[in-house]
Design a protein around this ligand. Structure first.
Ligand code: SAH
Ligand code: SF4
Ligand code: F3S
Length: 457
């Protein structure tokens, strides 16, 4: 079971250095890995900070206003570096730059930014860098859907887990969400190409992967004879792959076949990130989520019945337009009933161009803030309760890293995504060890290396 990390640092003594800062979701993390691959083919080396870089790239997100403000603030702060080093190349790309208007605004506001381009044009990064080297600026946004090329070089950044795209874009048009506008229509990669990539990753030393998509479980609807369950079955056969994770799942596409596949394939992890968004049927309808609280609960029941050790995590929005106190209480009630291991909770943030942004009855910020606070308090309590059940439990941890600043503490996850901390040494990183839980805190489990490989989850 012993597996060593394939992560290593590259020599930085010669050549130019790049630094990429990534905002947003795993999709952006994966795109940054591709950007890194493209830059390394140009002869750049990865650096660890902006101060020493010859090229700085920002990969942006626009899913909420907060993400957008941070990007503008961070880019503004780069002016000083550019003044010190006029040869420094600065580029901004990603979802936020896929919006023509915003890309133009940024391009005008920050004349020291050399390259601005949308997500769709990632494969042209080398040409943009070459233009910048010869002194010209680039502003390039292509609003057409472009099939993202599968075979671009990339440099993985995950130490023990590698991201693998399975479908791009999103067709769901939840009324609050900008993603379908900046990521285009849903396109699935061929099953064989994904399996091939998984094999290559095992050859490179990875034994754990995460399949990525905005809605992984609608995978294959644009292909012949493909589905997410079939994909799981195919990937699970890849020799040397110990753990297969995936995110994000949409409740409306969570089929019985998918549950069967998860329960029966031994290397598919028992964790589902299943955004519920709201517990009120009226708000779910206004959000265009295409499920009810009853259906959501039914799925949760089925998942638990098929996999007693399954853990669920979720995303929740408070203060969607028209959300009443009664609607919000329904959200609290669903959180209470489901018992998520953890939840990402957000205040609704109007996004230009989406349907919800023009809805009447926008909820005042003070109300959103108060609801978010109440929701977080409940989730904290639920997380703690959920953790209690792990006392005495032994499970296999895939060790991600080891913090050696004080007494060395290793950490990694059980198959069902629960993070575990325990005393261990850095040489263990990348290996699988049995750990027995001895005590718990709000968000984490603490344990010690178990003498037996006999596990209870
Ligand atoms: N494809 C995934 C996640 C997309 S974005 C899914 O379908 O669930 C991640 C999360 O951001 C969403 O689940 C949602 O909870 C949140 N989100 C998206 N748009 C938002 C907005 N306008 N305001 C607040 N939260 C938002
Ligand atoms: Fe956005 Fe909905 Fe698509 Fe998720 S499923 S990316 S929330 S539109
Ligand atoms: Fe943000 Fe784009 Fe992801 S908008 S959440 S980085 S798909």
């Amino acid at each position: 079971m012993e597996q060593k990390s394939p992560f290593y640092s590259r020599p930085q003594s010669e050549g130019r250095i790049y630094f990429i800062e990534t905002f947003g979701c795993q999709m952006n993390v994966r795109d940054s890995e591709t950007a890194a691959g493209l830059l390394e083919t140009l002869g750049f080396y990865r650096g660890t900070d902006k101060e020493n870089a010859d090229l700085i790239l920002f990969n942006t997100c626009c899913v909420r206003d907060h993400a957008e403000k941070r990007v503008f603030g961070n880019i503004g702060a780069l002016k000083e570096l550019k003044d010190e080093n006029p040869n420094l190349i600065i580029g901004v790309f990603g979802c936020m730059m896929q919006q023509q208007e915003v890309a133009e605004k940024l391009y005008k506001r920050f004349p020291f930014v050399d390259i601005v381009f949308g997500t769709n044009l990632l494969s042209r990064l080398p040409a943009f860098v070459e233009s910048a080297e010869s002194g010209s600026r680039t502003l390039a946004v292509d609003e057409q859907n472009i099939q993202i090329e599968d075979d671009l070089p990339s440099i993985r950044t995950g130490k023990i887990n590698a991201f693998v795209n399975i479908n791009y874009g999103c067709d769901n048009f939840c009324t609050y969400c900008i993603v379908p506008y900046v990521r285009g229509r849903e396109r699935s990669r061929e099953m064989a190409a994904i399996a091939e990539e998984a094999k290559t990753l095992v050859d490179e030393g990875y034994s754990e992967i995460t399949l990525l998509g905005q809605n992984v479980n609608s995978y294959g609807k644009d292909l012949k004879d493909a589905s997410f369950a079939k994909l799981l079955a195919l990937i699970s056969k890849v020799e040397g792959l110990e753990r297969i994770r995936f995110m994000t799942s949409h409740p409306k596409d969570l089929t019985d076949e998918m549950i069967d596949a998860m329960a029966s394939l031994s290397n598919v992890c028992h964790h589902v990130h299943l955004p519920m968004q709201s517990g009120s049927n009226e708000i779910l309808k206004q959000m265009n989520r295409k499920y009810t609280r009853e259906l959501y609960l039914k799925i949760v029941e089925k998942l638990h019945a098929a996999m007693p050790d399954v853990e669920l995590t979720t995303d929740i929005i408070v203060g969607f337009p028209g959300e009443t106190e009664e609607d919000f209480l329904q959200t609290l009630d669903l959180v209470e009933r489901v018992g998520f291991a953890s939840a990402f909770t957000f205040k609704y943030s109007p996004r230009k161009g989406t349907r919800a942004a023009t809805m009447e009855e926008q909820v005042p910020d003070i109300v959103k803030r108060e609801r978010l606070h109440r929701l977080n308090e409940l989730q904290e309590q639920k997380s703690r309760e959920n953790n209690e059940k792990y006392i005495g439990v032994t499970g296999i941890v895939h060790i991600e890293d080891c913090d050696t600043r004080h007494d060395p503490v290793c950490y990694g996850k059980f198959p069902n995504f629960k993070m575990v901390y325990f005393a261990g040494t850095p040489d263990l990183v990348g290996s699988y060890v049995p750990v027995q839980i001895t005590n718990v805190r709000k968000n984490s489990l603490f344990g010690r290396i178990a003498e037996t490989e006999e596990t209870s989850i």
